[in-house]
Design a protein around this ligand. Structure first.
Ligand code: TNX
Length: 463
């Protein structure tokens, strides 16, 4: 049996009270008000008016907070909103059928706890992404950033620009030409709804002005000289750019962002902005001066990779920090101006880095990221001038240059994603590597039974 606190991410407060146990049997009933019926279904137990497991809403709690009171006879799970109750359900599911008596009071450190999946370098189907969302939500991840476009492919249908997906989402696209496919408008909307039912917000990214070779293959009028360019399936970066001085550029960008905004109930649109090595600095700024305000005009908050901090940021713009070390102080200046920062340093959170020299998949430009490196760091200590109050949250990006299957996605994700999830959720002072590696060890048999392909890191004494 697990101890009450044997949960990832570690709850904010855990108080075992007696050595009594609540035993969940197949017939154990759950009661929930109508607004929590959908959340109750995630417990997989029968519903009843007077259930032994009671789900309750208490708006006095923060919306993601929950409180779990376990006695030998009953379980009461109270949440500040349906989302808070849902996180409590994840805690219950991790604890298994035998629940130690006691009280857990829990709420996240950061409101933005995210994973990113790169559908451009290799496309994953809606069913594959949905299964991945289920695994992320178990660790209380509440955003999934989808990198939908890059040099090697374009993965979202855009009305009026059919060649984006016909050509750049078709056969032969993706790294090594092995990752074709795209989401239709309906598939995308269904995916957003599937995620929302698990309290995960989809954050769509359209990467620009760089990372656009796939756009320019489909529409040569968007290149500087209007000449066609060759499709690319290699993993180079920084060679393609939209043209800041062409009006056609903005007609294209406006249609794309409007389409994505209309499909996206969540508050964020990510416009990329990274690695524009072939865009002159003045053009980069001119482009962003036109494009950064567009999401706001569509009712959305704009996010960009931290390079956008070189431009004039509109109020509310969010900056996503990804580098190994600070290049300059632009992110700190943005924070001083009141901008929120998503912290995703490559040498800690990049799930596409190799674990060690023997890793079969992944890249190593940011070094090797083993489980301990993904765990033992603090977002508020990472960047001078970017303290706790400037941090929106953390993200673990998974770029897919070397990935060819869902099994590959899982191998890179587990067990590092749980480490980053705990960094984003648990109180700073409660985090402890020895405690984490013990709690993580218990997931070995769980993942094995579920058929999840995880890396059996030698840092963990797997059960
Ligand atoms: C850098 S991090 C990139 C991506 C690559 C990734 C590989 C960032 C914003 N851009 O284009 O896929 O490295 O690790």
């Amino acid at each position: 049996m697990r101890r009450l606190g044997d949960v990832i991410p570690l709850p904010a407060s855990v108080r075992p009270v007696t050595d009594a146990t609540f035993r969940t049997l197949p017939g154990t009933t759950v009661s929930a008000p109508p607004g929590l019926a959908a959340v109750a279904a995630h417990l997989g137990q029968p519903l009843a008016d007077d259930g032994a497991i009671r789900l309750v809403l208490d708006p006095a709690l923060a919306s993601e907070a929950y409180r779990l009171e376990i006695t030998a006879e009953s379980v009461t799970l109270t949440g500040g909103s349906a989302q808070g109750v849902y996180w409590g359900v994840q805690t219950l599911r991790q604890l298994g059928p035998d629940l130690p008596a006691g009280i857990i009071e829990d709420q996240p450190r950061y409101g933005y706890r995210s994973a990113m999946l790169d559908l451009a370098r290799h496309f994953f189907t809606p069913a594959e992404v949905e299964a991945h969302i289920d695994l992320l939500a178990q660790f209380k991840i509440n955003h999934l950033h989808l990198h939908l476009t890059d040099d090697q492919g374009w993965r979202l249908e855009i009305p009026g620009w059919p060649r984006l997906t016909e050509v750049s989402g078709g056969e032969g696209t993706g790294c090594d030409g092995t990752g074709p496919g795209f989401l239709t408008l309906t598939e995308y909307a269904d995916l957003v709804a599937y995620a929302a039912a698990r309290f995960v917000t989809i954050v769509p990214e359209i990467d620009m002005p760089g990372h656009v070779n796939a756009v320019q293959v489909a529409y040569p009028e968007l290149t500087a000289d209007g000449e066609p360019v060759e499709p690319r399936t290699d993993a180079e970066v920084g060679y393609s750019s939209l043209v800041a001085a062409k009006e056609e550029t903005y007609a294209f960008v406006e249609t794309v962002l409007k389409t994505v905004a209309d499909l996206t109930p969540g508050p964020y649109l990510h416009i990329g902005g990274d690695e524009c090595h072939s865009t002159p600095a003045a053009d980069y700024r001119a482009f962003l001066d036109r494009v950064l305000p567009l999401p706001g005009a569509l009712g959305k908050t704009v996010i960009g990779w931290h390079e956008i901090a070189a431009a004039d940021l509109p109020t509310g713009a969010v900056v996503q920090y990804w580098r190994i070390e600070p290049v300059d102080d632009a992110v700190a200046r943005a924070a001083a101006d009141g901008h929120q920062v998503i912290v995703s340093p490559a040498d800690r959170t990049y799930l596409d880095m190799k674990y060690d020299a023997d890793s079969p998949l992944g890249l190593d430009w940011a070094g090797h990221v083993d489980v301990r490196r993904a765990y033992e760091w603090d977002p508020a200590e990472r960047l001078p001038g970017v303290g706790e109050e400037s941090i929106l949250g953390v993200e673990a990006p998974l770029w897919s240059e070397t990935l060819r299957s869902v099994a590959d996605v899982q191998y890179q994700t587990f067990p590092r994603l749980p480490a980053v999830a705990e960094v984003g959720w648990s109180p700073r002072d409660s985090r402890d590597w020895e405690s984490f590696r013990e709690r993580l060890a218990a997931f070995g048999p769980v993942w094995t039974a579920a058929g999840i392909n995880f890396h059996r890191s030698p840092e963990i004494d797997w059960h």
